[in-house]
Design a protein around this ligand. Structure first.
Ligand code: ATP
Ligand code: MG
Length: 426
């Protein structure tokens, strides 16, 4: 029987995993510069956590969510995105309390699950690195979040990034826009895709995000949200732009951008790349926005929030390049079965001193073992044969110089760091 991995998933193998670790380490470093700390929430939640936050007309919830009933009859879902679980944790752990510094800034890294048609840059299990900042309403944190997104992508190796922003306004702006949008779309009702006909009743704003080509054609002539911003919303959006200007971050405004999740308001943004690895055109690698009503929606106190999610698989394409296989500084060659036990004890002692050591576990001939030592790029080869066993010594060869010496086992163990440093110097 041959099993295959589930459709839309990937095995991250040694070699590739080194690249993942590098991306994650770079991200952690950049996130720390912005004072974000890591939060880890469950890979699954009560289904309602997602349907209440992402919105029960969003594609993510209606079409893409992995839902299941557990043996206790609870409706659960694998997380399709990171924000809902973090907000749930924020509320449940009362992280809005006065003992916590505001804005409360957290990041997450991990797997997300969406039942989508797999294609390049689109998987069913994929990974996101995302941030959430709670408790700050000022445009300054919007601009900082966008700056962080840009720093992340540039830090990971993007050559140029296109920043696209829009504002979805406050509830007042949304209400006014909603009315105008429905008035515009209603005459096209019959022409809209089936999905969008449903959206027209339930959530017309969603239609702006339709992937259907004819819907998109119709949407081109629709009224623009930016013409319906309240004075407060307009002020906020202008301030974000001023701050981006001050920080020297170029951006485009796209009045048709709405984002796939229902919880956004005010500033939303996407960071895109036209790197050739994406096969032409702009691809969104990182996307987010402000969600001022979401904490309340999940049962917490009125708390503003803003965040983004970055697709790690897509960011990895930008990071590309190779991470060389790690070299093994010390290799132990054992020439008789009797030497194996002594070699293992020596390996263990050296590892405890902080060095990576490898040896032969296949009872191969000395020649084959030396070949492996060369292949893994060992700086130091330690050989134990019958005569060494008898004399309680070890043959020590510095590979760079080819110099050999025989050292008493006790001396080698005691002064290993010195012997190693000497071998590297030679
Ligand atoms: P799209 O319009 O491409 O479906 P989205 O709006 O669903 O994107 P978000 O929910 O905003 O995407 O997720 C943020 C980022 O996560 C995306 O920009 C992308 O880099 C990544 N992402 C989303 N879905 C997938 C997926 N199925 N496979 C790989 N990466 C994904
Ligand atoms: Mg999607």
């Amino acid at each position: 029987m041959h099993y295959q991995r589930p459709k839309g998933t990937a095995d991250i193998l040694p070699g590739q995993s080194a690249l993942w670790q590098r991306v994650e380490a770079t991200a952690r470093d950049i996130l720390a510069r912005y004072r974000y700390e890591e939060i880890r929430t469950p890979l699954f939640e009560n289904e309602e956590v997602f349907s209440r936050s992402a919105g029960d007309t969003s594609d993510i919830v209606t079409k893409e969510m992995y839902t299941f009933e557990d043996k206790g009859g609870r409706k659960m879902a694998l997380r399709p995105e990171g924000t809902a679980g973090v907000v749930r944790a924020y509320v449940e752990n009362k992280l809005y309390g006065p003992e916590f510094q505001k804005p409360y800034k957290v990041y997450y890294m991990g797997a997300m699950f969406r039942y989508e048609r797999p294609q390049s840059g689109r998987q069913r299990e994929f990974h996101q690195i995302g941030v959430e900042a709670f408790g700050a309403e000022t445009p300054a944190i919007d601009a900082e979040t966008i700056a962080l997104g840009r720093d992340l992508l540039m830090g990971l190796g993007a050559k140029s990034i296109r920043v696209v922003i829009n504002s979805l306004g406050d509830p007042e702006s949304r209400a006014a826009y909603h009315e105008a949008l429905v008035a515009y779309l209603t005459p096209y009702q019959a022409e809209l895709s089936h999905d969008s006909q449903v959206r027209l009743v339930k959530n017309p704003l969603r239609i702006l995000d339709s992937k259907d080509a004819h819907d998109q054609e119709i949407v081109k002539g629709a009224p623009k949200i930016l013409d319906f911003l309240s004075a407060t919303a307009q002020q906020h959006f202008t301030a974000v732009q001023d701050l981006l200007d001050h920080m020297g971050i170029a951006y485009d405004i796209d009045a048709d951008m709405v984002r796939g999740l229902d919880y956004y308001n005010h500033t939303i943004f996407e960071l895109m790349s036209d790197d050739p690895v994406f096969g032409g055109g702009y691809t969104t690698v990182l996307a987010g926005g402000r969600y001022n009503g979401l904490v309340e929606e999940l049962g917490g106190p009125q708390t503003p929030g803003i965040g983004f999610g970055m697709g790690v698989e897509r960011a990895m394409l930008l990071a590309a390049g190779q991470v060389p296989a790690p070299h093994v500084p010390v290799y132990i060659v054992t020439i008789s079965p009797a030497a194996t036990a002594t070699g293992m004890a020596l390996a263990s002692a050296i590892r405890q001193q902080g060095f990576a050591v490898d040896m032969d576990y296949l009872d191969r001939k000395a020649k084959a073992q030396f070949k492996t030592a060369n292949k893994v790029g060992a700086d130091l080869v330690l050989t134990i044969g019958d005569s060494e066993l008898e004399a309680d010594t070890v043959q020590v060869k510095a590979m760079a110089s080819g110099e050999q010496q025989t050292l008493p086992m006790s001396e080698l163990r005691e002064h290993f760091a010195q012997v190693y440093a000497q071998a590297k110097e030679d």
